[in-house]
Design a protein around this ligand. Structure first.
Ligand code: F6P
Length: 358
């Protein structure tokens, strides 16, 4: 009898998740494993009936790899250790989840997630002796130990394209355009897209800024004869006095949002130039994956199954030096990998005349 790998997507979605599954399913089939998809992260095993779906190579032959999102569904609000119950309370359902994994005959579990998901899966693995391997995905690209996470390249492509689209309208109207992009606690999307999209100002949470320094840069752009300026700001950037800009959603959950709208009038006042703000939001997560994300996703997917087949568990598959390698999952979640203000990409941007507002 073939042994079973369970696979789930967890946390915020991104482009490339279905491409990971394609690789896992094909490699598993080749090595004699079957693959069981678990719906909605770990929550699919706590629902009645359980949300499970056998994944076959045939299903991943044609379209799935090209599609954004995740065909399994995902959630970032159903932590099994604090599971939200219908009466509004939270319950530890981790033992139920471990029992469900065993009842379903899942001998190894692949979690495609970010740091929050890996923390939960790692604790479950320790508690229940689960054979777990993680595959990194997050548009934020903030996981330690891996150069890249699935979904980042596509998000940067979308943000770059947004700057490309803002440039002609900025030039037509003599305006400063501010683009707010995602990145919970790390400025990788803003930095990468800012360089690729020719931003004049890049604001990231890792580098403190002042309105005066931003205004000085924008005025100098105009004095040099250009009639517009482009600025990209990461959602996690705080106000100059250190306040987070957040949106409160129904149920009290908070997410970053609002720094662009906060800065717009201040930049307009300090420069005297018309300023408009665009918030890119979840558009950054919903697209067919770029070729880089498809390649990364499938390389990491194959490696995850290889590790399982070798019995190497408790690992995250990382992309290092153009290779997929297994690293201890606890090393990947220890710290959030933020932008290094002394790093080469910041140096590159500064060398191109970009201001970080500092
Ligand atoms: O972590 C990925 C991410 O897209 C962040 O960049 C963003 O801050 C957050 O998720 C948004 O979360 P939600 O989908 O719950 O609004």
């Amino acid at each position: 009898m073939a042994k079973t790998i369970g696979i789930l997507t967890s946390g915020g979605d991104c482009a490339g998740l279905n491409a990971v599954m394609r690789a896992v399913v094909h490699r598993a089939d080749m090595l004699g494993w079957t693959v069981l998809g678990i719906g909605n992260g770990t929550a699919g095993l706590l629902e009645t009936p359980r949300k499970l779906k056998r994944l076959t190579p045939q299903e991943f032959d044609g379209f799935a790899m090209r599609r954004g999102g995740t065909i399994l569904g995902t959630t970032n609000s159903k932590d099994p250790f604090h599971y939200p119950m219908p009466d509004g309370s939270n319950k530890d359902r981790s033992d139920e989840l471990i029992a469900a994994l065993k009842e379903e005959g899942i001998e190894a579990l692949i979690g495609i997630g970010g740091d929050g998901s890996f923390d939960i899966l790692h604790r479950l693995a320790k508690q229940g002796g689960i054979n777990m391997v993680g595959i990194p995905k997050t548009i934020d690209n903030d996981l330690a130990m891996t150069d890249l996470s699935v979904g980042f390249d596509t998000a940067v492509m979308i943000a770059t394209e947004a700057l490309d689209r803002l440039q002609p309208t900025a030039a037509s109207h003599d305006r400063v355009m501010i683009l707010e992009v995602m990145g919970r606690d790390a400025g990788h999307i803003a930095l990468n897209a800012g360089i690729a999209g020719g931003a004049d100002v890049i604001l990231i949470p890792e580098i403190p800024y002042t309105i005066e320094a931003i205004a000085e840069k924008i005025k100098s752009v105009k004095e040099d004869g250009r009639n517009f300026a482009l600025m990209i700001v990461s959602e996690a950037v705080k106000s100059p006095s250190g306040e987070k800009r957040e949106v409160v959603y129904h149920g009290g959950e908070t997410r970053y949002g609002g720094i662009g709208e906060y800065l717009g009038p201040k930049i307009a006042e300090a420069t005297g130039f018309e300023t408009r703000v665009t918030v890119l939001g979840h558009v950054q997560r919903g697209s067919s994956p770029t070729h880089n994300d498809r390649l990364l996703a499938q390389a990491l997917g194959v490696k995850a199954v290889d590790l399982i087949n070798e019995g190497a568990f408790g690992k995250m598959v990382a992309w290092q030096n153009r290779q997929a390698v297994g690293v201890p999952v606890e090393d990947a979640i220890k710290v959030c990998r933020t932008v290094d203000p002394q790093g080469f990409l910041v140096h590159t941007a500064r060398s191109l005349g970009v201001s970080f507002g500092d």
